[in-house]
Ligand binder design. Structure first.
Ligand code: ZN
Length: 86
């Protein structure tokens, strides 16, 4: 079990910024600050970017519908919305 945790620790940083409820909170967009992402818009790899995970909640279970990556230049709206500023 300890070995698993150490393995997790060396993975690239991934930090939840916030969640954007859509479709009446059944579907939520989770926005993460993530390392080494390849932007969907400009196709460039950014050292720090945003990861947007569209999740559908079905009772206790969670299903990932979509996972999208953006550099920060192309993710400004997502970042501010996830932080509750938009
Ligand atoms: Zn970009």
């Amino acid at each position: 079990m300890i070995a698993c945790r150490l393995k997790d620790a060396v993975r690239p940083m991934r930090q939840l910024i916030g969640k954007i409820p859509i479709k009446g909170r059944v579907v939520v967009e989770e926005v993460y600050l993530s390392e080494q992402v390849r932007c969907r818009e400009c196709q460039k790899t950014a050292p720090i970017g945003l990861e947007v995970v569209t999740v559908r909640k079905d009772g206790a279970s969670k299903k990932i519908l979509k996972r999208t990556f953006y550099c920060r230049a192309h993710a400004g709206e997502y970042e501010s919305r996830a932080r509750g500023e938009g």
